[in-house]
Design a protein around this ligand. Sequence first.
Ligand code: GBH
Length: 436
Amino acid sequence: MGFDENFLWGAASAAHQVEGAYLEDGKVLGIWDALYEGHVVRNENAHVSADHYHHMKEDVMLMKKIGLKSYRFSISWPRVITNRGVVNQKGLDFYNQLVDELLKNGIEPLVTLYHWNLPMWSYQYGGWKNEEIVEDFAFYAKVIAEALSDRVRYFITINEPQVFIAGGYVYGIHAPFEQCPESELLISRNVMLAHGRAVQTLRQYGKQPLLIGMAPTGSGFTPIGNTPEDIEQAKMGTFSLETRSNSNIWWADPIILGVVPDVLKPAISEEDVKIICQPLDFYGFNVYNSQNYVRPNGPNQPDIYPGLPRTAMDWPITPEVLYWMPKFFYERYKLPVMITENGMANLDFVMADGEVHDPQRVDYVKRHLQNLKKAIEEGVPVLGYQYWSIMDNFEWAEGFDKRFGLIYVDYRTGERVLKDSAYAYKKIIETNGNEI
Ligand code: GBH
């Protein structure tokens, strides 16, 4: 037993990071378009980025060449809704064409509604701090359901609330670059309500039965050894609330189990829970690395040592996270799992032979998939794996240096080059993961 024959071998992206065309065809500004100055390395912006908006057909052709079965992308909210209640048909057309192109090539579209580029028109009334955003988000979900759900079956509501809240409103390193930890409860409630209303709306207006999930971060702790105590301690860390809105259960317990952690109780009522807790079809999560325990110091002692393997983001490389997190999340939430993001940044460049050799990434992907396979063999249902990212793109506050793509992008010319890792992934997909 290994990967299911319908396993979704895919790759992911997000609108703001790849599309460019930031003011084309009626699109209005989002917070990352408008507020990035002074907050991004070298003051880089995503006005053009990988210019996927103009390379869409070529990019889908490359996905087909890699053999992808699925492609996870997000819709740019400010591209399709240009003010409260105002739909931009030209913006929708782009996603209509993308979906058609994917389906023509046998690639299942996985659509994310919110991957961080809040429209400025919403930011101006307070954005996530104002409860009005909940119905604006539901309206957006309705428009997308009506436009795409005849062809799109998989929907993901919100990407990594942990990161855009801690990053955007506590540490001030992500848009809107604020430091207002006192808003954490209020914002968390609004995000959860928006998620719940979006799920309700997608189901109501969906033109076929839909498969809906979310994509929070799924990092946690992996056991340092294999004793029951080690495993228990890792689980405790993974399901701890110590990092508040940056933790797993702050979101997943209310959303999936309808259980509100005590710290959230002042903000979230039983009435709210009825909206927040909607049946979901899978537990999607983005996972890049784990933090190991060091015995016997107890929780939150990351196993950091000199020379620890790290990516260009400085994140530790810990492949066993793809064995443990699916197990832990399946055990707690009893939903099939989807790896909605996993990947690594390199400082890739085109080499003298005209190719992009990225052996570290090939190794990263293989070792993570071997671990995922082990979880599957032990009975965890896993629907798919979406490598982050399909192509190099705008890495938020880090700008463009750090490249996550399977496809190299020359940002001066828009030229694409498949990296070695793209070919390695292609081979893995061809054997349906039997040979990794
Ligand atoms: C995702 O966020 C985003 O969804 C995506 O847009 C982005 O481009 C991509 O990943 C790459 O950054 O403190 O060393 O243990 C990533 C979320 C949260 C992953 C924190 C790494 C801990 C690193 N990240 N996490 S470490």
